[in-house]
Design a protein around this ligand. Structure first.
Ligand SMILES: *Cc1c(COP(=O)(O)O)cnc(C)c1O
Length: 227
C-alpha cells in the first residue's frame, strides 16, 4: 500500500522516538543507526521516507535490491543486503556495490564471495550473521563458533572487510529468550571489538527497544514503519 507523507512521518517519528528513549537509557553517547527494511513495501514509500530524512534501506533479495537501486539511483541512498545470499547471486550482488552486506552466514559463503570479489578486484563490507538461539529455521553461524569463524574469515578472505555481527532475535513470545539471544550476540561482538568490529546489528519491529538495551547499534525496521 502506498502511504501518504504525513502517515509515514508519524510512523517514522514514533520509531525514532522509541529508539531515542532506548539508546539514552544505555548512554547519551550510544548512537543507533536505523536501517529501513523495505522488502514488503512499495518503491513510492522509500522515496517518501527519503524526503523525510531517512537514508539507509535494506532488502533481503538481490533481484529486488537491484530493481530498487536502479529505480532510485538519483537519490543518495545507502543500501544494505540483509537476506540469505545464494551462491549463484554473488556476482550480481558484487556489481551492486551495497554499503553493507549483513548476512554473511558461513565460511563457505565467505570463501566463494572472497574469490569472486578478488576476480572483480573489489572489496565488500560485511557482517557475520549469528544464529544466536541455534534455530533450525535460521541461517548464521552458531554462537559457540562465531569468534573463531570471524577470525578465520579475517585471515583468509582479504577482500571481505568484516565490520561486526548481525542477528535476528529468537522467534519466541518469551521476552527472556529473545533477550538471551541478543545478550549472547552482544558478548560475541564485545570479544570482536579488538578485531575491529564496530557494528552490532540486532532488533526488528517487534524487539528493537530490547535489542538496543542489550547493546545493538544498528536496528533493521520494516513493518513498524509501513503499518
Ligand atoms: C524483514 C527483516 C527485518 C525487518 O522486519 P520487521 O519485523 O518488518 O521490522 C529485519 N531483518 C531482517 C534480516 C529481515 O529479513
Amino acid at each position: 500500500m502506498i502511504l501518504d507523507k504525513e502517515h509515514l512521518r508519524a510512523n517514522l517519528d514514533e520509531v525514532i522516538w522509541n529508539i531515542e528513549q532506548a539508546r539514552i537509557a544505555v548512554s547519551e553517547h550510544h548512537i543507533v543507526k536505523l536501517v529501513t527494511v523495505a522488502k514488503y513495501t512499495e518503491l513510492e514509500n522509500i522515496a517518501t521516507l527519503y524526503e523525510l530524512g531517512q537514508r539507509a534501506f535494506g532488502e533481503n533479495q538481490v533481484q529486488q535490491l537491484k530493481e530498487r537501486m536502479h529505480a532510485l539511483e538519483e537519490l543518495p541512498l545507502e543500501w544494505h543486503m540483509i537476506g540469505s545470499l545464494q551462491k549463484n547471486k554473488i556476482n550480481n550482488l558484487i556489481d551492486l556495490r551495497p554499503t553493507l552486506m549483513q548476512s554473511l552466514d558461513s565460511i563457505e559463503l565467505a570463501t566463494e564471495l572472497n574469490k569472486k570479489l578478488l576476480a572483480k578486484e573489489t572489496k565488500m563490507h560485511c557482517l557475520l550473521q549469528i544464529n544466536a538461539a541455534n534455530e533450525t529455521t535460521k541461517s548464521g553461524v552458531t554462537p559457540e563458533r562465531a569468534v573463531d569463524i570471524y577470525q578465520t574469515i579475517k585471515e583468509t578472505c582479504p577482500q571481505i572487510n568484516l565490520k561486526g555481527v548481525m542477528t535476528i532475535g529468537a522467534h519466541s513470545d518469551d521476552t527472556k529468550l529473545i533477550q538471551q539471544s541478543f545478550e549472547s550476540t552482544y558478548s560475541i561482538y564485545e570479544k570482536l571489538k579488538k578485531e575491529g568490529a564496530t557494528v552490532c546489528s540486532m532488533g526488528m519491529s517487534g524487539d528493537y527497544e530490547l535489542a538496543i538495551k542489550c547493546g545493538s547499534n544498528l536496528v533493521r525496521i520494516g513493518s513498524a514503519l509501513f503499518k
